[in-house]
Design a protein around this ligand. Structure first.
Ligand SMILES: Nc1ncnc2c1ncn2[C@@H]1O[C@H](COP(=O)(O)OP(=O)(O)OP(=O)(O)O)[C@@H](O)[C@H]1O
Length: 658
């Protein structure tokens, strides 16, 4: 922010300085008279023409861009950069040209008229870098862009006022939800200020790549890999696949695929830049008796239809957006026996409840398979942990599953990856609240399960199905000089811990809980010592990985309890301090306040999930993120919250007084 302003100041300063310089030169009767004359009298002189709006248009045309830097204009018009900058500054003064500060780039200029065309929103394309910067984007533009571009950054935390930087990566084109390339290009054109031939060509090329290989089931039952041309089969497939993948060629463009290697084939070709279309017939499994009893919302119907078309895919939506319910609808639509994999026992229990609530399934048809119980039934819910163990292979083999559902799909562990890679003949559904994955399993989820479905969160917020939380980052000062010095002289991990455990945060948590006395609150921490310290200081129960299951479940139950005046006042828990265990998927719909006291070194995923805990349709939700001022937490907090801001969530920043 400060940098941008700095740039602007300097540029403006330079412009007026040099104008003043010219003026004095001219007074001295220097040869550059005419330039000085131009500055004061634009009606006459060569240089005035050189830098008229028309000439600027010419420079832009030559650049093939709607905006240009002063150096680019100088190069196109054959003048010095200083002269171009001065002339542009004069055009800016006259109101013919506007300027835009692009973060980490020089100032760019564009004709004011173009800016007026979109009074609020301004879209600037950098086709060579395949980047699009949108200033004050409308919902429409964001929704469109999210279909084929990847939001890299917002240059501020307030989504209403600053630039959004999108980049179109090849995998974005591959996963774009369009029937054909024309549909994608039409969507691109509806957003960009004009056509960019090269960019469109590149997108078409990427699109083609994603439709060059296809897997299908031969009428005799085996799997065939089909390439769009002989040379693709020869140059790409043969180079990246071996005898383990392909059994034998069938024709110049087709090969018989080893059934066990379907996932490996998809992965190898994806890595080679040719994602494979999967048109195989899939197992439906033995029938299961289940009908949906809840009416789906419009967007849930679209998710399910898209899934049924593709027969695989990942529902991506914020916590509470109804992925589980959409998954139950999918189970009913596929109609075959289903294996559901979840990250924890608690989630297994919740899944069972939701199945019973939203469908006609007979309770006897639901099995739970985890540390405590080993039931394999037509619909079986198992933990990833168990599913990854060799001795529990029976889980996969003992029934004819038609659908495998991966809840919190970013949790799939590598043993589960390799095991489920063998299950490519089943319908595969993933659920995820996290489209962005920092450790890069995007391609694994894509090749193992399928394409993301429904990544456009704005629509959900707009439709009001997910409560938009207010997120506030509170920068907490060090408690005293000693704490600050200790941090300054520590390094690495220790440094991070000191910032996380800044004792001043305890008082801040106390203050926030008191300020929202009427709200059910969760306090998230990363370090156990800190959890204990907060819990002790505030007299609030603490749940960590060490808390026995029974006690944990009991505390969650008491937290969920509305605690009416009559019965359970004593029993009621209004606040919980929770370590990582409570982080994910635990259904505490009545949490109205979340305080993230530490854990900012974690991934973006955690950031969005923590905020997500309170993103429930009930009640008004507030998230406070505490970051120690003057530590690396500041930056982490901003980065994580930007990620949320990108999802359309309002974020505010506050400095806590010393
Ligand atoms: N179509 C619907 N009609 C009525 N209620 C619904 C519908 N879809 C979802 N819900 C309700 O909204 C809440 C959240 O739904 P669900 O648990 O499916 O979300 P989710 O996206 O799976 O959340 P999480 O990511 O936290 O698991 C639940 O209470 C559920 O009963």
């Amino acid at each position: 922010m400060t940098d941008d302003t700095g740039d602007t100041d300097t540029a403006a300063g330079d412009a007026s300085d040099s104008a003043a310089g010219d003026a004095s030169d001219s007074a001295a009767g220097d040869a550059s008279d005419s330039a000085a004359g131009d500055a004061s009298d634009s009606a006459a002189g060569d240089a005035a023409e050189d830098f008229s709006l028309d000439r600027f248009h010419e420079a832009l045309e030559a650049e093939e861009r709607p905006v240009a830097t002063a150096s680019e204009v100088a190069r196109r018009l054959g003048t010095s950069q200083a002269a171009a900058r001065d002339a542009l500054a004069a055009l800016v003064d006259r109101g013919d040209v506007d300027r835009l500060d692009v973060e980490s780039d020089p100032v760019v200029f564009f004709p004011t008229d173009w800016g007026r065309l979109a009074t609020r929103e301004r879209v600037v394309a950098f086709p060579d870098r395949r980047e699009i910067v949108v200033d004050r984007p409308t919902q429409f533009t964001r929704a469109r862009l999210s279909q084929f571009a990847h939001l890299v950054d917002t240059t501020g935390t307030d989504p209403g006022t600053r630039g959004y930087l999108y980049r179109i990566r090849q995998e974005d084109v591959w996963a774009a939800p369009f029937e054909d390339a024309d549909g994608l290009i039409a969507s691109l054109r509806s957003v960009l200020p004009r056509r960019f031939e090269h960019l469109e060509e590149w997108i078409r090329d990427q699109w083609r790549r994603a439709h060059r290989f296809r897997l299908y089931t031969h009428e005799d039952g085996y799997v065939v890999l089909q390439a769009a041309s002989e040379s693709l089969m020869g140059n790409v497939a043969d180079q990246h696949l071996d005898d383990d993948h392909l059994r034998a060629p069938i024709s110049e463009t087709e090969a018989w695929v080893n059934e066990d290697a379907v996932a490996a084939v998809k992965r190898a070709l994806y890595d080679a830049g040719y994602p494979v279309e999967d048109d195989r017939d899939l197992d439906v499994g033995d029938p299961v008796d289940i009908d949906l009893t809840t009416d789906l919302r419009g967007y849930q119907e679209t998710w399910v239809e898209t899934f049924l078309d593709a027969r695989s895919g990942v529902y991506v939506g914020p916590p509470g957006s109804g992925k589980t319910v959409a998954a139950i609808a999918t189970i009913a639509a596929v109609g075959g026996e289903t294996l559901i994999l979840v990250p924890s026992r608690e989630l297994a229990g919740q899944w069972r409840e939701e199945l019973l609530e939203h469908s006609t399934i007979d309770p006897a048809d639901i099995g739970l398979y985890h540390g405590g119980r080993k039931e394999i039934r037509p619909v079986t819910i198992a933990t990833y942990q168990i599913a990854g163990m060799d001795r529990h292979r029976a889980l996969f083999d003992s029934r004819k599953w038609g659908l495998i559902c991966f809840d919190e799909a970013h949790h799939i562990s590598s043993p589960v990856y390799s095991r489920t890679a063998e299950l490519q003949t089943k319908h595969r559904l993933g659920l995820s609240a996290t489209p962005v994955r920092e450790t890069g399993s995007e391609e694994e989820i894509y090749t193992l399960i399928g394409r993301p479905i429904g990544a456009d969160w704005d629509e959900l917020f707009e439709a009001g199905f997910v409560q938009e939380p207010e997120v506030e980052i509170r920068y907490v000062p060090w408690r005293d000089e000693m704490a600050r010095n200790e941090y300054a002289s520590a390094d690495g991990r220790e440094r991070r811990r000191l910032a996380a455990e800044n004792p001043a945060k305890i008082e801040e948590v106390r203050y926030l809980l008191a300020a929202h006395r009427d709200k059910k609150a969760l306090v998230f921490i990363e370090y156990l010592d800190q959890g204990e310290a907060i819990a002790d200081a505030l007299g609030v129960p603490f749940i960590s990985g060490e808390t026995p299951h029974r006690e944990r479940a009991e505390l969650f139950r008491r937290f969920r309890d509305d605690g009416g005046e009559s019965d359970s006042d004593r029993d009621d828990v209004d606040a919980l301090v929770v370590s990582r265990v409570g982080d994910e998927g635990i259904d505490l719909p009545n949490a109205e306040l979340a305080i993230v006291a530490s854990g900012l070194g974690g991934s973006r995923r955690q950031g969005s999930q923590r905020a997500g805990r309170t993103m429930r349709p009930a009640g008004s939700a507030l998230v406070y993120v505490l970051a120690t001022r003057g530590s690396s937490e500041e930056e982490f907090a901003q980065r994580q919250m930007r990620h949320l801001a990108r999802k359309g969530i309002r974020v505010r920043e506050t400095n806590v007084a010393e």
